[in-house]
Design a binder for this molecule. Sequence first.
Ligand code: SAM
Length: 257
Amino acid sequence: MMLEIDIITIFPELFGPFLETAFVGIARRAGSVEIRAHDLREWTSDRHRSVDDSPYGGGPGMVMTPEPLVAAIESLAGEKGPDRRAQVICLSPQGRPLDQERLSTLAAGPPILLVCGRYEGIDQRVIDLAVDEEISVGDYVLSGGEIPSMVLIEGLVRLLPGVLGNPDSIEIESFRGGAVLEGPQYTRPPVYRGLSVPEILRSGDHAAIDDWRRTQALARTRDRRPDLIRSQARDAERAHENEKLRLDHDDHDDDAR
Ligand SMILES: C[S@@+](CC[C@H](N)C(=O)[O-])C[C@H]1O[C@@H](n2cnc3c(N)ncnc32)[C@H](O)[C@@H]1O
């Protein structure tokens, strides 16, 4: 199955080397993903090929106008609604923060159309009329949606079947299998500037190594991202409550019979 990704941008040239290099290039050449960057100005109709105008109500900067954006989105994805050809995602600091779970569902889902904002952002009517979802890559503001699109694409592509040489590397990474950070990793040489690789990693005892890695991962998560542990505990508690409710409900049904 091939994942299709279209991108609307005023700087398609930014995607050139990105689309040719490393796993994104490998995945494209292997036919696991097709990625096309479209120049928004192709959908303009004036002599200056303009895509922005000054904001109503005043204020600094320019805002992206609705006409070319909606025309581009509708020609690539169809009109908003259940029958459209692609899921339309606008990259925006105001969107839902991107996480590993969302990447997994997107990697398995329908074609994707990414909309890259520039200037002070996009006329709200584009979002209301033509966008399905807004996604943020973090609580900071960049100058455009192109790098956030690349973040999303790189995160997606490595999840596609057959792209990574060793699929196990996905399973043991940070944020997989319960949102825990991966522990420290080492390669040769065994001693570097007086710092040694932990003895256990060179012991050949795989059970002990697994155990050490789990302990390190948990310690690192507790130290750097205690919020992940708390949300994991909340999820487990919620799952337990739901299971209890389900069992109570089943008992009730049995009594009624
Ligand atoms: C300068 S930003 C506009 C910021 C907007 N005025 C605001 O305060 O929300 C221009 C474009 O960069 C992209 N962008 C900036 N920061 C982003 C982030 N953290 N996540 C995703 N996209 C971002 C969006 O496409 C946005 O439309």
